[in-house]
Design a protein around this ligand. Structure first.
Ligand code: GKR
Ligand code: MG
Length: 428
C-alpha cells in the first residue's frame, strides 16, 4: 500500500551568529557609520538535515530577542510560518526592554515582533524552497522578473575613518566629491538611478548637490533622503526648488502630519521609511495623505510575506513601493532580490548598501552576486540560492568578538570627534 502520510520536518536547532564587517565613514542625520557594521546570521536546522539562512541586525538587545524567539520555535514545522510568527509574537509581547532596534535611532517605531520574526521567516522559506526544490521567489507567488534593479546609494563621507588612511572611495563632502562617487557607482555597478543620503549639510548645499548630479547625469532618476532633518517650511522651499529634478523626496520632515503638509505644497512624490514603518502606521498615513511611496524592508516589516501584505495595502490605496536598506550582507541581498522579483508593486529600483561593503567581508561565497546594469539576477537554485561560506562566517564572527561595538551608534561615534554634534531633528 502506498504511504500517503506527509512527514513534516521539524526545526531541530537554530544558531544565531553575530558578525561584524568593515564600514566606511558614511554620514547621515544621526552621525556617522562606525568602523564596523554589525549583523547576525541565522542558521535554522531541521531534523531531516536541511539548513535555512536568515540575516538581521546585530545589536545586543536584538540578539537577545532573537535568541528568545529561536528557543520558542524549536520543534515547530518550518512550513508553518503563521505558527512561527505567533510564537515569536507571544514571546515579544512579554518583552519590556526598549531600544536595540539596529538603526541608530533613525527608525525605532516599527513592531518588535515583526523585526525579530523576519530572519526566521526567511530561514524557514529557505528550508521550504530546498525541500520543494524551488527558489524562494516561487514560494512568494513566482518571479515576474528575472533580475531586480537597485539604485546607487550616495553618501557624504569623510576620506577615511579618523586616524586612518583614506579609503578607496575618498572624501565626498561637496558636489565634486559626490559626482566622483556617483561615477564609481554608475561605472562599476551600472546603476541607472541614484539616491543621495541627505540631512548632513545645510539643505541649500544638498539641493546644489542634486542640481550638480542632474547636470552630470541628465537621464538618471535622482532621490534625496534627509531622514527628517528639515522643518515643513524648509521641506517646501527645497522641495519646490527641486521640482522636476527628483524622482522622489524621501522623509524630508519628521512625522506623518508634517509629511502630509509638505506633500500638499510641492509637486514631488514623497517616500518614507520613517513615518510608515509598521502596519499600525498605515491608517493615519492614508487619512492624512502623508506619502506616495513606502519603502518596504523585510527586516522590519516582518519578513518576505508580510512585505507582500504591505504591497497589498499599497495597491488598495494607490501607493507605490521602493525598498529600504541598511548595511547588509549577501543573505539579505538574496532575500531582497527574491521579494522584489515576486512583488510587482515594488516598482522603483531598490536601495542597497552593497557597494559599501568590501567584497571579501561577506559570509556567502564571494561570487554569489554580480551587478549588471544595476541589476541582480534572481537566484534560480532551490531556496534562497546562497550558500554560507564557513570560513568567511568564522572570520566575520571573529571580527565581532574583536570589536567592542555592541550596538549601532552613529551619534556616539560622531560625538567622539565632534562633541557638540546634536542629532535632534528637524535641524534646519
Ligand atoms: O546607512 O546611514 C545609513 C542610512 O541612513 C540608513 O541607516 C537609513 O536607515 O538608508 C536608510 C534610509 O533610507 O533612511
Ligand atoms: Mg530613508
Amino acid at each position: 500500500m502506498t504511504d500517503t502520510s506527509i512527514r513534516r520536518s521539524r526545526i531541530s536547532r537554530i544558531e544565531i551568529t553575530p558578525v561584524a564587517f568593515s564600514d566606511p565613514p558614511l554620514l547621515n542625520v544621526v552621525g556617522v557609520h562606525e568602523e564596523v557594521a554589525l549583523r547576525s546570521v541565522v542558521q535554522m536546522h531541521t531534523d531531516d538535515g536541511l539548513v535555512g539562512l536568515g540575516e538581521s541586525y546585530g545589536d545586543a538587545q536584538h540578539l537577545a530577542r532573537m535568541q528568545a524567539a529561536a528557543d520558542a520555535i524549536l520543534g515547530e514545522d518550518p512550513f508553518n510560518t503563521q505558527k512561527l510568527r505567533l510564537r515569536v509574537a507571544e514571546v515579544m509581547s512579554r518583552d519590556t526592554v526598549s531600544g536595540g532596534h539596529g538603526m541608530s535611532g533613525m527608525v525605532t517605531g516599527s513592531a518588535t515582533a515583526d523585526r525579530v520574526f523576519s530572519p526566521f521567516e526567511v530561514a524557514a522559506l529557505d528550508i521550504q524552497g530546498q525541500a520543494l526544490k524551488v527558489p524562494v521567489s516561487t514560494l512568494l507567488g513566482g518571479a515576474l522578473r528575472d533580475q531586480v534593479e537597485y539604485s546607487g546609494y550616495l553618501f557624504y563621507k569623510w576620506a577615511g575613518h579618523p586616524d586612518q588612511d583614506a579609503d578607496p572611495w575618498g572624501e565626498a563632502m561637496d558636489p565634486e566629491g559626490l559626482i566622483a562617487q556617483a561615477h564609481r557607482m554608475v561605472d562599476g555597478y551600472g546603476f541607472r538611478s541614484l539616491k543621495l543620503k541627505g540631512g548632513v549639510l545645510p539643505p541649500e548645499e544638498e539641493a546644489e548637490a542634486i542640481e550638480a548630479l542632474r547636470a552630470e547625469f541628465p537621464d538618471v532618476p535622482l532621490r534625496l533622503d534627509p531622514n527628517g532633518a528639515w522643518t515643513v517650511e524648509t521641506s517646501v522651499r527645497i522641495g519646490k526648488r527641486l521640482e522636476g529634478l527628483l524622482e522622489y523626496l524621501e522623509d524630508p520632515t519628521p512625522g506623518r502630519k508634517g509629511m502630509a503638509e509638505v506633500r500638499r505644497q510641492i509637486d514631488v512624490p514623497l517616500a518614507t521609511n520613517m513615518c510608515v514603518v509598521s502596519f499600525a502606521d498605515i491608517p493615519e498615513a492614508i487619512r492624512e495623505g502623508s506619502v506616495d511611496i513606502i519603502l518596504s524592508d523585510h527586516h522590519f516589516w516582518g519578513g518576505l510575506r508580510r512585505s507582500q501584505e504591505l504591497a497589498g495595502h499599497c495597491e488598495t490605496f494607490g501607493l507605490h513601493m521602493s525598498m529600504h536598506s541598511n548595511s547588509h550582507l549577501g543573505i539579505s541581498l538574496a532575500a531582497m532580490t527574491h521579494l522584489a522579483s515576486a512583488t510587482p508593486r515594488i516598482d522603483y529600483a531598490c536601495d542597497t548598501h552593497w557597494p559599501w561593503k568590501q567584497p571579501d567581508q561577506d559570509v556567502v561565497a564571494l561570487d554569489s552576486f554580480t551587478f549588471d546594469g544595476g541589476c541582480v539576477r534572481v537566484p534560480q537554485t532551490p531556496g534562497l540560492g546562497v550558500e554560507l561560506d564557513e570560513d568567511l562566517l568564522q572570520a566575520r564572527h571573529e571580527a565581532y568578538v574583536k570589536t567592542d561595538v555592541r550596538e549601532r551608534n552613529d551619534t556616539g561615534y560622531m560625538q567622539k570627534f565632534h562633541p557638540n554634534f546634536d542629532p535632534s531633528t528637524p535641524r534646519w
